[in-house]
Design a protein. Structure first.
Length: 149
């Protein structure tokens, strides 16, 4: 019986892997040197918030969307809603403090820039994502109908 070979990859791949671990280690050391307890608390809190609150919420929303499309006999339409919604929610999650305006003063004092307009920009990006998805949907439906005839 032959043992499986370890997949290491090319020397270039190995160099990139070691370099990325070195960079991540350096970033971790720099991040933890000032307020290690606050950073650790933030990591644990965000993991708990994601696993106990956000995951059930977007899992349930996805199931509702999937069942609604299945009931209409249009299961293939799910991705045209799922992808822009996921990207929009990810942007909301990342930029929520500035979108909500809760840290506008801190942002202005740290950067010298105004924190106004983040909510409007997020809404514009969300509209563009859904609009682009709708355009792709319409183009693919037209192409499919032309191929049938």
């Amino acid at each position: 019986m032959r043992l499986p070979r370890a997949v290491i990859g090319s020397p270039f791949h190995l160099l990139l892997l070691v370099s990325s671990f070195a960079l991540a280690g350096y970033a971790g050391v720099r991040l933890l040197e000032d307020d290690w307890f606050g950073v650790a608390l933030w990591f644990v809190g965000s993991a708990v918030l994601h696993d106990l609150v956000l995951l059930p919420l977007y899992g349930t929303a996805d199931q509702v969307l999937l069942r609604g499309c299945e009931a209409a006999g249009r299961r293939t339409w799910v991705s045209y809603v799922r992808v822009p919604a996921a990207l929009s929610l990810l942007l909301l999650l990342v930029w929520f403090p500035l979108i909500s305006g809760r840290v506008a003063d801190r942002y202005t004092s740290a950067t010298g820039l105004s924190a106004d307009g983040f909510a409007a920009r997020w809404l514009l990006i969300t509209a563009l994502l859904f609009g682009g998805s709708a355009a792709v949907f319409v183009l693919r439906r037209r192409r499919a109908s032309k191929e049938r005839t």
